[in-house]
Design a protein around this ligand. Structure first.
Ligand code: FAD
Length: 469
């Protein structure tokens, strides 16, 4: 049962409408947690505004009554960022899903924060453009959630993360005031660029309600290849050559270690792409204007790389269907066996250190648990390693204990390497205990000062990213 006072609930209903304020059993179970399934908790109420003025009215009331608010987007987050905090109401952006305008000439799209990533991609496509960010949760995740987590995905090597796509933003602060930064300007050096405070803030500084995002011209052609490489630094050299020959045209450069590749092939029942087993493979997409030209670039660069030992083998997709089947291998992350109990990492490192670091992790885990099972894949162009360790291969300890021990080992290595414990998924609840591995005490003090300036009562998404004290 909701502990909120009847007068507060009545005021909310008056401001937002009866159907926009759900309590008790009317709140769907899926709003109790996000994709991570961490610490599920029913919110005191679920607020479902339809526009910015309703978000502002809701936050004004919550501020006056000292009620914490947790913003919820598509709930595909992997760190528990959108999980209701104790005593909080959840505010869902799902009904604020309008695509307000697409400008193919200025190459911008203006949307409400609850528009799904896929809806934005489709609207861009209909206007002859593309949107620069793509990730597998595209059908459910929302632009507000993507901005709040500064999401990445496969296209970062070409167009950057969500931060790079944002031209304008509208956000509502904890006290209900609206910060209108909706300017479609590529350049604007007039003091602090406040919109960036809300990007990657995971809903702790304000609720993003609208955005103006960059679009890119749609490429006319695409070519895909899978190449076996001896090590990560050879793969990086290969990436450099592709970028030099196809400037701006390397749309993806995904690295898969043998441990991941073999399991992925088994999961999707696909044949091995090469006659031999190799330690590492990279999947790359080039985009441009002419497919035949892109194929020539791939053939030339891969041929040279093989002659010099930077590549060991290669498959060039001869059709879109063949390209799609190569991409299915990389996207098998969504089809890994459910009986595996995966402890997942999303680590960022200087690109040239990623290979050695991945090996160091495996060696350290093997010293503690000989025969453990881990998988490695990543976005090499962005220095982003995804490492997953199967807790079931660690000798029968509980998942929680296994997770704690594995995280202590891996995050200890991250701290020593000067890397980041979160390349693209955020901190939320799950990574909060380890934030000190990637942020100095001075940085933590500055972050708390910003939080205090914008949300002095600590009402927005409390307990996420870091604690106030
Ligand atoms: P939610 O999970 O609802 O919320 C995430 C955080 O943002 C929470 O802290 C929440 O409070 C806050 N928030 C949500 N909306 C707002 C708003 N309007 N204003 C303020 N705060 C808000 N992530 C990547 O970066 N790259 C990937 O390649 C990737 N692949 C994925 C694949 C799968 C299959 C899945 C399930 C997830 C993947 N993710 C990936 C993680 C996830 O999709 C992203 O973090 C995404 O950006 C979350 O968006 P969401 O709308 O679901 O946000």
């Amino acid at each position: 049962m909701s502990q909120l006072s009847p007068s507060f609930l009545q005021a909310l209903t008056g401001a937002l409408g009866q159907d926009a304020v759900l309590t008790g059993n009317a709140i769907p179970d899926h709003c109790h947690t996000d994709w991570s399934r961490i610490s599920p908790l029913a919110p005191q109420a679920l607020l479902r505004p339809t526009d910015t003025s309703q978000v502002a009215a809701a936050l004004r009331l919550c501020h006056a009554h000292r009620v914490p608010v947790v913003p919820q987007g598509g709930l595909t987050g992997l760190t528990g960022g959108a999980v209701p905090s104790p005593g909080a109401v959840a505010l869902s952006l799902a009904r604020m899903n309008r695509i307000e305008a697409v400008d193919p000439v200025g190459r911008t799209i203006t949307v409400q924060a609850g528009a799904t990533l896929q809806a934005v991609q489709e609207a861009a496509h209909a206007a002859g453009c593309i949107f620069g960010v793509d990730l597998a949760a595209r059908g459910s995740c929302q632009i507000g959630g993507n901005l709040s987590t500064n999401a990445g995905g496969n296209g970062v090597v070409q167009f950057g993360m969500m931060r790079e796509q944002a031209l304008g933003l509208e956000a509502v602060l904890a006290d209900g005031s609206v910060l209108d930064m909706m300017r479609p300007l590529y350049k604007n050096n007039t003091g602090y660029d406040l919109k960036h405070w809300f990007i990657g803030a995971e809903g702790t500084l304000g609720i993003i309600t609208r955005a103006i995002l960059r679009l890119q011209p749609a490429p006319r052609a695409r070519a895909t290849a899978l190449a076996a490489v001896p090590d990560c630094n050879s793969a990086l050299a290969l990436l450099g050559r592709l970028q030099a020959r196809a400037p701006g045209g390397v749309a993806a450069f995904e690295l898969m270690w043998r441990d991941f590749l073999n399991l992925a092939l088994a999961c999707i029942h696909a044949p091995a792409p090469f006659g031999n087993e190799y330690p590492l493979v990279v999947l790359t997409d080039l985009t441009g204007t002419d497919e035949a030209e892109l194929q020539v670039v791939l053939e030339d660069v891969l041929g040279e790389a093989m002659a010099e030992g930077l590549a060991l083998d290669a498959v060039l997709a001869q059709s879109q269907a063949q390209a799609a089947s190569l991409w299915r291998i990389r996207e098998a992350t969504a089809e890994l066996p459910p009986e595996m109990a995966l402890i997942n990492f999303d680590i960022s490192l200087p690109r040239a250190e990623l290979g050695d670091f991945a090996d160091r992790c495996i060696e350290a885990l093997a010293r503690r648990w000989p025969g453990h099972r881990s998988l490695r894949f990543g976005h090499l162009g962005d220095g982003n390693l995804h490492l997953s360790t199967d807790a079931n291969s660690l000798g029968g300890m509980s998942f929680e204990q296994a997770q704690h021990e594995v995280e202590s080992i891996v995050y200890g290595l991250v701290a020593r390497a000067g890397g980041s414990i979160s390349a693209e998924h955020g901190v939320g609840l799950h990574k909060k205990p380890y934030l000190g591995a990637s942020r100095s005490p001075a940085e933590m003090t500055a972050m708390r000062a910003i939080k205090h300036a914008l949300d002095p009562l600590g009402l927005l998404n409390p307990g996420k990213v870091f604690d106030l004290a």
